[in-house]
Design a protein around this ligand. Structure first.
Ligand code: SAM
Ligand code: DTB
Ligand code: SF4
Length: 345
């Protein structure tokens, strides 16, 4: 193990566009991955404690507001029209249905409500529908998040004006591996949308998926890329591939779940003040692994029986797990909590 490399203080204010040195090199993140498990988790938990209450976990509930029929070819996704996965195409939900779901999520303790749509990107008429939903969910006093695909110029500003707090848009995997998984857009298209979201002053929720057959270096490159965004995302969802029959990635060799825990730890160390979300794949994870994820610095989960089209642990099971681990739901606004122990970003 090269302790010198691992302990090197990351540089601040990376500006890859101007050729300045990145905050984290892929090699530095790979060196973190290569630490002994105990050393890595100890370091991640130390960073976590410097910035957050270690026993508070944010609860976000997801709702698919437009399911299936997507024109994109993301190899992991059950909602791509071209794969036969048994997901039915549905019309966009009504504002009333969305509000009813948000109210139910709030009554169960969720503080953030994320609306997802199976679009390459929204048309203006579709954006208008989402704007009405955002305003209504905001009216319930919840944080709002939307994930609608690629945004064109001016669309992020409209979402901001409606009161959208977060936009989720994942870079999904390393630049080198991206073309193996998606061919209908480039990773640069995603980065362009993220820039629009930032420019509109909406908080960024951006992460990726592991367990798609990528090498460790690709996971390190994904984390480095996220950490080098300036500023890095406020929320970082780390998804473990949920394998859905009919998608090209169905049958991929499963990732060792301890490697998933390592990925969480690397996200925590490199993005100390971000909300790191243990996202898709939690239903398939033993509770001991989930506990290790929290120890490694995950402080947010998707909460509620469904993700978008696939299952998530039952609410009762999550309550029982929290009780066993002495965890409690984070109250509102995880961002403010991120200022606990205020340190350098
Ligand atoms: N269509 C929009 C887009 O792609 O940005 C929004 C919805 S899309 C389903 C949101 C994210 O869900 C994807 O970027 C991907 O990270 C994640 N996702 C989709 N299918 C998944 C799966 N089977 N397992 C894990 N994560 C998945
Ligand atoms: C994210 O990173 N994961 C969520 C959310 N953002 C939109 C989606 C997970 C989807 C898992 C597959 C499904 O349920 O369709
Ligand atoms: Fe469409 Fe999003 Fe699924 Fe890709 S991940 S196929 S863009 S819904």
């Amino acid at each position: 193990m090269d302790t010198a490399t691992v302990n090197e203080t990351p540089r601040h204010h990376a500006d890859t566009a101007t050729g300045a040195k990145p905050r984290w090199t892929v090699e530095q993140v790979e060196a973190l991955f290569n630490l002994s498990f105990n050393d890595l988790i100890y370091r991640a938990q130390s960073v976590h404690r410097a910035h957050f209450d270690p026993n508070a976990v944010q609860l976000s509930t997801l709702l698919s507001i437009k399911t299936g029929g997507c024109p994109e070819d993301c190899g992991y996704c059950p909602q791509a029209a071209r794969y036969h996965t048994g997901v039915d195409n549905e019309d966009t939900l009504s504002v009333d249905d969305v509000v009813a779901a948000a109210r139910a999520a709030k009554s169960q303790g969720a503080t953030r409500f994320c609306m997802g749509a199976a679009w390459r990107g929204p048309k203006q008429r579709e954006l208008d529908q989402v704007i009405a939903m955002v305003k209504a969910v905001r009216g319930l006093g919840m944080e709002t998040c939307a994930t609608l695909g690629l945004l064109k110029d001016g669309q992020a500003e409209q979402l901001k004006a409606a009161g959208l707090d977060y936009y989720n848009h994942n870079i999904d995997t390393s630049p080198e591996f991206y073309g193996e998984i998606i061919t209908t857009r480039t990773q640069q298209d995603r980065l362009d949308t993220l820039a629009r979201v930032r420019a509109a002053e909406i908080h960024v929720c951006c992460g990726g998926i592991v367990g798609m057959g990528e090498p460790r270096r690709s996971r390190a490159a994904l984390i480095a890329q996220l950490a080098n965004m300036d500023p890095y995302p406020e929320s970082v969802p780390i998804n473990n591939l949920v394998q859905v029959e009919g998608t090209p990635l169905y049958g991929t060799e499963k990732l060792d779940l301890l490697e998933f825990v390592r990925t969480i730890a690397c996200a925590r160390i490199t993005m100390p003040k971000a909300m790191v979300r243990l996202s898709a794949g939690r239903r398939e994870m033993p509770e001991g692994i989930q506990a290790l994820c929290f120890l490694a610095g995950a402080n947010s989960i998707f909460y509620g029986e469904k993700l978008l089209t696939t299952g998530n642990p039952d609410v009762e099971n999550d309550h029982a797990l929290f009780a066993r681990l002495g965890l409690r739901p984070m109250e509102a606004n995880g961002e403010e909590r991120a200022d606990v122990g205020r340190g350098e970003r």
